[in-house]
Write a protein that binds this ligand. Sequence first.
Ligand code: SAM
Length: 217
Amino acid sequence: MDWHQWHQGYQGGGLAGRLPLVQDQLRQALTETRPGPIMIISVCAGQGHDVIGVFQDGPRQADVRARLVEWDHRNVAEAQRRVDAAGLGNIEVRQGDAGLTDAYVDAAPAQIVLLCGVFGSLTEPDINRTVGMLPQLCDENAQVIWTAHRSSPDLYRQASAAFDRHGLTRRHTDPDDRFGVTRHQLVTQPTPLQPGRRMFEFADEQTLIDIGRITLS
Ligand SMILES: C[S@@+](CC[C@H](N)C(=O)[O-])C[C@H]1O[C@@H](n2cnc3c(N)ncnc32)[C@H](O)[C@@H]1O
């Protein structure tokens, strides 16, 4: 997958339809977060469309900071260009492996975590492990916004089951939303971040075909 090319979907493709749904949930999460500083972590942030858009006109602008973690240097450069163009000094764009807890040192615990466009590239055990480790990224009552396209038969069900299994509470879902934009809240206790732990690795293409995440046309 060319993850730089993938972002062209924001220019009028399917992602352009998903973006406002994610941004609505981010605005809602910001509105519902208790008074005080807010840290947002975006896992596999890509070019940062969702977060950057909301920082420009969303609620709680004086309170909010973000760390965007992205591997592809082209996407990192584009996200940084967009952050600079908007004059958003409170967003840190970091090139790194978002699947390792090291990426979140000095950012966790966050009040809001985004996992958008991540689960579709993970095996079910990695989805489960990632959700199970969210208490290391999250502050008390943190909100987690995630997506899982419903065109892949098992994906949304597997991700939802992982959130249920690990005791997060569902705050928003819309069964008619094909993008599966969903918001959960941590209701268990956060746990300290343990550096050097792996949450996930993007699966290779053959694995994604084998488990039915993608089909070759
Ligand atoms: C489907 S895109 C989602 C991007 C963004 N969250 C969005 O919704 O617009 C997945 C992104 O994950 C990035 N990625 C893949 N493996 C990664 C890793 N180990 N660490 C950080 N980013 C990774 C890719 O480069 C790509 O930009």
